[in-house]
Design a protein around this ligand. Structure first.
Ligand code: ADP
Length: 220
């Protein structure tokens, strides 16, 4: 069982995804133990991360020896080698890792990871593809969707909302969305209130169920 003395994270696999996870965690000031079996990658990362080791992570004893069990969370960022990804999740499960995150490349891969003990499965390629689809249509300038079908988007302001305060335009009852922030050209975002008057050219931060946010963004 892990006795989490750290508040750090083990990142396994230093490919494009794992490398980005490790680098961001480290920039945010979190302790990171990064592991990859590729010695060249380990050397390339050695001066950017505090702890980088070369090891095959499919073996529970190896993980124990590296002190992995003392960390409260681990991210398995092995994508293309499904066998290595699944065996690594199993080994983490075996040493009692309490919070296992794993990257899946396909839904089938994801299902296996969930069955093997991953607590969170992420699909970076699929998630980014969906995001780009929302952005490339030009209706949304930025878009984040949460797991439960709730989204926040940055959109242009639809004509029908302009020249009125948010209280008057009844966007919430009409479209089921909430305008949470407004940005005038050349100013910073401000929190929206009932009194905020939308003007043409304003950018809006809108939240609500994804379908409602999509419908609202299409008006602009
Ligand atoms: P990405 O698509 O994000 O670049 P990859 O699947 O290409 O991800 O990279 C996965 C990384 O995981 C590679 O650097 C590879 O060396 C590493 N890796 C694969 N199998 C193991 C293993 N058994 N133990 C440790 N690291 C591994």
């Amino acid at each position: 069982q892990s006795d989490s003395r750290h508040d750090g994270t083990v990142v396994i696999g230093l490919g494009r995804f794992g490398g980005a996870v490790a680098e961001s965690l480290s920039r945010l000031g979190h302790e990171v133990l990064a592991i990859d079996e590729d010695i060249e990658l380990v050397q390339a990362w050695a001066d950017r991360l505090t702890h980088v080791v070369q090891a095959d992570t499919t073996n529970a004893d190896t993980l124990r020896r590296l002190g992995v069990a003392e960390f409260p969370s681990a991210v398995v960022a092995i994508g293309s080698d499904v066998e290595a990804s699944v065996l690594t999740v199993l080994a983490l499960e075996e040493i009692g890792m309490r919070d296992i995150w794993a990257k899946a490349t396909t839904p089938k891969h994801g299902r296996i990871l969930e069955r093997t003990g991953a607590h969170h499965v992420v699909y970076p390629e699929a998630a980014m593809g969906e995001r780009v689809a929302h952005l490339v249509t030009g209706q949304m300038i930025d878009f984040i969707e949460f797991h439960d079908g709730f989204a926040i988007a940055k959109t242009n302001s639809p004509r029908e909302a302009c020249g009125k305060s948010l209280g008057q335009s009844l966007l919430r009852s009409k479209y089921g969305i909430t305008v949470v922030g407004v940005k005038r050209p050349r100013t910073d975002f401000e929190h929206a209130t009932q009194e905020t008057v939308i003007e043409p050219g304003d950018l809006l931060i809108v939240s609500g169920p994804t379908v409602n946010v999509e419908r609202f963004a299409a008006l602009a």
